[in-house]
Design a protein around this ligand. Sequence first.
Ligand SMILES: Cc1cc2nc3c(=O)[nH]c(=O)nc-3n(C[C@H](O)[C@H](O)[C@H](O)COP(=O)(O)OP(=O)(O)OC[C@H]3O[C@@H](n4cnc5c(N)ncnc54)[C@H](O)[C@@H]3O)c2cc1C
Length: 388
Amino acid sequence: MQTSYEVIIFGLGGIGSGAAYWLGRQYGRDVLCLEQFEIGHVRGGSQDHSRIIRLSYHTPAYVALAQQAYQAWAELEADAAESLIVRTGGLDFFPVNAAIPSSDYTESMAACSVPFEWLSAAEVRYRWPQFHLMDDVQAIYQAESGIAPAARCNAAHLRMAQAYGVVLQDNEKVTAVQDSNAEITVITDKARYQCRYLIITGGAWSNEALAHFGWQLPLTVTQEQVTYFATPDLAAFVPERFPVWIWMDDPCYYGFPAYGEAGIKVAQDVGGAEVTAVSRTFTPNPDNAKRVAAFTKRLLPAGYGPPILAKTCLYTLTPDRDFVIDTLPGHPHIAVAIGAGHAFKFASLIGKLLGELVVDGATAAELSPFKIDRPILRQTNPPKQFLV
Ligand SMILES: Cc1cc2nc3c(=O)[nH]c(=O)nc-3n(C[C@H](O)[C@H](O)[C@H](O)COP(=O)(O)OP(=O)(O)OC[C@H]3O[C@@H](n4cnc5c(N)ncnc54)[C@H](O)[C@@H]3O)c2cc1C
């Protein structure tokens, strides 16, 4: 059995799968991926039919990164000969005195020359009569927004990675890592491996992984949930006729057209309780479900019906809700990514960037906001700002 590799990828969720693909293109069978559970498991943050992809973001750095994310998906789609990203258009709703400032979004998109429309409630109701909106709500419409079909995207990344020769080992847990700077030793519950470069994409287990290097970050893991509602008027909520949307207030809700299930999907952002990757359950929280149902009934009466399905899933939140995309200080051949509960749309790009960071020592992308040793991440009990 080969035990020495150029690259080892630790954790095969959305971001790890992206890294497997991009590093597979470069190093083929000299890439080993280690996943503690079965591939496609639902214990982390990257499963389900859909994730929102959008250019509308609250800083120019994220808008620029999102533009590159679309390119990365397009390259995967071309290489895999599979169409993945579903463009539905996207609406960001800002009620009067919204907790999230619309100017952050409009100015950031303007700074990156991303076209958008600023719509009144009446204009939204005219174009999408599915929405029941009060007159004091305004919206930003951006045409490129849509769906990144999470499970299909992960599968495409891994199928292509294997086509390049990448070795996928699931049900194998990394239990220790030692970096001698000449080489990195990765010990699992089954074997011992050496590599030159290590990519850590551990999601809610990130602090467990970083502990091997004496690092701990002030992360908050929450148990989030999404609900699919049996939509009576299904034809009005198909992706061709209904956009993804985000209600930019506190509480913050977001939703999808009917995709993957016979009904619309709605959820509250950061609506879940703090848990750990071990203490989490798979039982949806009834209060969260009630909040989401009530909101859906108000905003989308024609889309609302009995719940078909509710699923739980984990966010791994940094206190400022910014990603970590960086090499570990003192370990230039080890890169880490943490998705802060909004990284799936960037999964392919972040996978690519992690490879560039360890192999080339740099990337063309602007990653300074995502440093692992930024001041707020060095505080034990930092202030938390999860709504952005
Ligand atoms: C309900 C919900 C809705 C979301 N909506 C959106 C959205 O609309 N748009 C968007 O862009 N993002 C969204 N996100 C966020 C996005 O899904 C995540 O940021 C992203 O998927 C995280 O990917 P990851 O690879 O970092 O983590 P994960 O997918 O959790 O992967 C980490 C992997 O590491 C493995 N691992 C950990 N420790 C070990 C070990 N010791 N040995 C081996 N393997 C190990 C785990 O088993 C796991 O498979 C949402 C997340 C949730 C939960």
